[in-house]
Design a protein around this ligand. Structure first.
Ligand code: PMP
Length: 445
């Protein structure tokens, strides 16, 4: 496969864009990333004209794939032709908020913003303002965007910022605990309960995994936050309107958070984020309350139109059936391949998320589960399934960039840009895409 144009574009980019990219993970595939010319259904075509089955799918926003259905396209074009934005309210924001509030059990009110990062930043500020407390609890290997309060590494004993440029004091207020470890988080609440404003947690680890919650973990977080007068915030930036369909992951797992952060799918492919939750908490935001929140582009009409039409299309068509069905086929097919060819690896995912983890735990029981790793305690491989980010990171991570991903790319299959991020099925993907992908995994593994 010829990649000369991507290589040349990367050379040019390195002169004018830091690291050649505008978001760090995009530079992970070396010696140069694939530059995209256009999307087409479940595929992308790169700058050299090579076509790939695309499982990156914009890193999650493109539930419908690259070809937006006619009503979505028409709504976007109508909005752009009437002036892209106004800095004043529109009916679209109201309609979009009504849709989300109608479908997501815990959400009564919303505030739209422009990215997942902005959503989690505002949600943490809201929790601190509402409770009058400073400390927050997050999961090790959880990801909540490029924000000061959650870029923390270490553990509850010893921790610091995970990026230069963040004062050490921020990390003092942010306590990381291992995902799925009820004892660790219970101890943190015993020690700091009165100072904790919120627990901020992804329903499943989607950026270091995929790792699903074990039975009872989210219920424990719900009980601990309730007892301590802290808020439970679910970061559904990835899972929102993907896992659990229109009710989101909170309806799938049956837990009601106080606040939810959204992003990705609710913008239909345009920049977006949102904070949603109970009225009494949400009204702590300005202009009703005193937790400041604002944004020139927030509730952008083009984004609102694209997002609302996407969600409505998903509500009225077989979108979730299709993406979850193909997701299941992928996980089942991969499980067979892995069991046969790489029994120490693990197939993970749920609904329209999938991934093969290069776990090497030296455990004869590790390997594939029947339908991905769904943390079923009755499964005979339960103990070997990754339970947290550290389990995932112990895998043969280096092999991903060095051998595995380039080899898949040569076979016309575009996988996520590093070993840790989810891969996404879209409505535009077909059975044939799944078959081609399984064949490529079979060759590469
Ligand atoms: N939260 C989660 C769970 C995410 O996966 C991400 C990004 N993938 C973010 C927050 C940040 O979103 P954004 O990149 O839109 O700022």
């Amino acid at each position: 496969m010829n990649h000369e144009t991507s290589r040349d574009l990367y050379d040019r980019a390195l002169d004018v864009l830091v690291g050649g990219v505008n978001s760090s993970v995009r530079a992970a595939p070396q010696p140069y990333p694939t530059f995209v010319r256009k999307g087409d259904g479940g595929h992308v075509v790169d700058a050299d004209g090579n076509r790939y089955v695309d499982w990156v799918m914009g890193l999650g926003p493109l539930l419908l794939g690259h070809d937006l259905p006619e009503p979505v396209q028409a709504a976007i074009q109508r909005r752009t032709s009437e002036g892209p934005m106004y800095g004043m309210p529109t009916e679209l924001e109201v309609e979009h908020a009504e849709f989300v509030a109608r479908h997501v059990p815990s959400v009564e009110m919303l505030r739209f913003v422009n990215s997942g990062t902005e959503a989690t930043t505002s949600a943490v500020r809201l929790a601190r303002g509402y409770t009058g407390r400073d400390k927050i609890v997050v999961m090790q290997s959880g990801y909540h965007g490029a924000q000061e309060s959650t870029l923390v590494e270490g553990d509850r004993e010893e921790r610091g910022p995970s990026s230069a440029g963040i004062p050490a004091e921020f990390a003092e207020h942010t306590i990381p605990v291992p995902f799925n470890d009820e004892d660790a988080v219970t101890e943190v609440f015993e020690e700091h309960g009165d100072d904790i404003a919120c627990v901020l947690v992804e329903p499943l680890l989607a950026n270091k995994g995929i790792v699903e919650p074990v039975d009872g973990y989210h219920e424990t977080l719900r009980d601990l936050t309730d007892d301590a007068g802290a808020l439970l915030i679910w970061d559904e930036v990835i899972t929102g309107f993907r896992v659990g369909g229109l009710g989101c992951a909170q309806s799938k797992y049956g837990v009601t958070p106080d606040l939810t952060t959204f992003g990705k799918i609710i913008g239909g492919g345009f920049p977006v984020g949102a904070i949603g939750g109970r009225t009494d908490i949400m009204e702590a935001f300005t202009p009703v309350g005193d937790v400041f929140q604002a944004g020139t582009f927030s509730g952008h009409p083009v984004t609102m139109a694209a997002g609302l039409e996407t969600l409505q299309y998903a509500a009225e068509n077989d979108v979730y059936e299709h993406v979850n069905g193909l997701g299941r086929k992928l996980r089942e097919g991969l499980s067979e391949i892995v069991a046969d060819q790489a029994p120490e690896y693990t197939v993970v995912g749920t609904d329209s998320l999938f991934k093969v983890l290069f776990t090497r735990r030296g455990d004869a029981q590790s390997g594939a589960c029947a339908d991905g790793c769904e943390q079923d305690p009755d499964c005979d491989r339960f103990d070997a399934c990754p339970k947290n980010g550290a389990d995932v990171a112990r895998g043969a991570v280096e092999r991903w960039n060095r051998v595995f991903r380039p080899q898949m790319l040569d076979d016309g299959i575009l996988l996520s840009q590093n070993q840790f991020e989810s891969q996404f099925v879209a409505y535009g993907h077909t059975e044939e895409d799944v078959e081609r992908t399984l064949e490529a995994y079979r060759n590469a593994l």
